[in-house]
Design a protein. Structure first.
Length: 563
């Protein structure tokens, strides 16, 4: 017994439980032994410990990376009081296949606990997401000999807390995950709606990227095992790996679509299916082979280089003029960078720290908001382009007046109002005389100048309520609400005079231009707008056949050309 207790102290001072409020990170106080074969029994491990062959964890190592070794750890706990004290060993890692806790007093095992993913969740002594065991420490010294093994990355961040401290920790963590999952679900619903409505691959792949990360997070934080598949050890074994590969593949797919590599890097875009196959084949092979540790190792390695892939492609797209990269690069640094830090902590390359280990979640949270802004900005640009396109579809490019389609849409409500209430309204058709000769003698540029100048002249003649459009070719049309035939004819005469007296200049040449105009007024016999336009067209035809440069209305009134 003396030798056994001498061995306890030779590995460092025991952890004292004198302060009920103290939180102890046990991993900094343990002695370690690696068992490559996994063949040591409890008695053999205890004997090895007593022989001084364990190594004190002076480097405060928590992550053992990807190893098939079994890790033994020992710690001495001292209860200086005269009463038993309950404490909880809480392992902040849901990746452990099996964790054994053997409690030894006076070189004899008094109790043991087993937790991990090789047991169904209902078999856990404490129903916490992370593996945890409770033990009542009697007064004096107790050695806790622990055995860890896992086909996932082996992390053993061990905390020693009171029951109250465990509940406080779980409450604070639940608030964080409630906020995280709430934000993800809101953005997920938003992107699903956009994906369905816009059929845009960026939103579709971003939705899949979010779903993959959310599922991955649920798997590796223990939420899935506790709430979704508590009775399925097979799902618990492979869920995290599957969602990890989905996260990688959909992340790269989103990157390719978001950066518009079909425009900015077409050579890579053409082989994107090859990239997906290159990523899928190892995943399928590893799943079929059934090597869980190797599958996780490859997945974590790919996750580590995601930030390099994202920043590399983003840099190329930026150099080639893609404006949206200003959102993508910061998002990639936060999201993929956070994933790389978490992966480095998992490998053991970066010293373990709780915040660093969970940096993928913090990084993804920031990435999510940045990309939400980017996609919102993209949507704004799309809507802006759509609005411009809709406007352009209604506007004649040359004269900036309504085109025929827009004119009809704009006039129809006023026509129906006039027809329903028997209100007067009129239409004037304007045709430029001998316009083909202008194009033939002076060129189409001169014709364009004339069309733009006459459009400007007509605008200045209009009231705010009047509707003016280019009807086609060299014809213009004017709808005049609340206007009788006489008033419309007078306006047409004024327009004709103004056009005749205006000097149209093109490249220093003055062009003499005249126009013929036809006027028609609404009558009860008309059943639709087309009837009124046809009457105005008949009047225009009479004006042209009567010698041009004149105004005719449906009553065959002809205004002679005043010279």
């Amino acid at each position: 017994m003396f030798f056994a207790f001498f061995s306890f102290y030779s590995y460092g001072d025991p952890i004292s439980l004198y302060n009920n409020d103290s939180k102890v990170f046990v991993s900094n106080h343990i002695a370690l032994l690696s068992d490559p074969e996994g063949s040591l029994s409890l008695q053999s491990a205890l004997k090895t410990y007593n022989e001084g062959k364990f190594t004190f964890n002076t480097n405060q190592k928590v992550s053992f990376g990807f190893t098939r070794d079994v890790i033994w750890a020992s710690v001495l706990i001292k209860n200086p009081s005269s009463e038993p004290l309950k404490r909880v060993f809480y392992l902040d890692s849901a990746w452990l296949d099996r964790a054994e806790f053997h409690f030894i007093r006076q070189s004899e095992e008094t109790e043991s606990r087993i937790v991990g993913d090789t047991l169904e969740f209902k078999d856990r002594s404490l129903a916490t997401r992370m593996p945890a065991v409770m033990y009542e420490f009697k007064p004096g010294n107790t050695q806790v000999l622990m055995r860890f093994e896992s086909q996932d990355p082996l992390l053993i961040p061990i905390h020693l807390w009171s029951e109250e401290q465990v509940q406080e920790h779980l409450s604070s963590v639940n608030y964080f995950y409630g906020f995280l999952y709430g934000a993800f679900i809101i953005l997920l619903v938003y992107n699903i709606a956009l994906s369905v409505s816009l059929k845009d691959m960026r939103y579709i792949f971003y939705t899949l990227y979010l779903v993959s990360f959310l599922s991955l997070n649920i798997a590796y934080t223990g939420h899935g095992f506790k709430y979704i598949w508590p009775d399925s050890l097979l799902v618990q074994k492979w869920a995290m790996i599957f969602f990890l590969y989905c996260y990688i593949i959909f992340g790269i797919a989103f990157c390719i679509e978001f950066l518009k590599l079909n425009v900015f890097l077409p050579a890579l875009y053409r082989v994107k299916m090859g990239v997906y196959v290159f990523l899928l084949l190892p995943m399928i092979t590893l799943f079929m082979y059934g090597d869980q540790l190797l599958a996780v190792m490859v997945g974590v390695a790919l996750t580590s280089i995601l930030v390099i892939i994202f920043l590399g492609l983003g840099g190329i797209a930026y150099k080639r003029g893609h404006d949206m990269v200003k959102f993508f690069i910061p998002a990639a640094i936060m999201g993929a960078g956070g994933a790389a830090i978490s992966a480095g902590t998992t490998w053991g390359i970066i010293p373990y720290d709780g915040l660093l280990f969970h940096s993928i979640e913090v990084g993804m949270l920031f990435e999510m908001f940045i990309l939400a802004l980017a996609l919102a900005f993209t949507l704004k640009e799309v809507n802006k382009a759509r609005t411009i396109a809709e406007i352009n579809a209604q506007i004649d490019y040359l004269t900036q007046l309504y085109n025929r389609r827009a004119f009809t849409s704009a006039v129809q409500p006023q026509w129906h109002f006039a027809d329903r209430n028997q209100k007067p309204c009129s239409i004037i058709l304007v045709d430029i005389d001998w316009f083909k000769k202008i194009n033939d003698h002076f060129g189409h540029a001169a014709g364009d100048t004339v069309l733009k100048s006459i459009a400007s002249t007509l605008k200045h003649k209009m009231r705010k309520s009047d509707i003016l459009a280019r009807w086609g070719g060299e014809e213009f049309i004017i709808f005049l609400p609340n206007t009788e035939l006489s008033a419309a004819t007078n306006l047409a005469s004024s327009i004709r005079t103004t056009i005749q007296e205006t000097s149209f200049v093109h490249e220093g040449r003055s062009l003499a231009i005249t126009a013929s105009l036809g006027v028609a007024e609404y009558s009860k016999s008309m059943t639709n707008l087309e009837d009124l336009i046809k009457q105005a067209d008949v009047a225009l035809y009479k004006a042209k056949t009567a010698g041009r440069n004149r105004v005719c209305n449906v009553n065959d009134f002809v205004e002679a050309n005043s010279k």
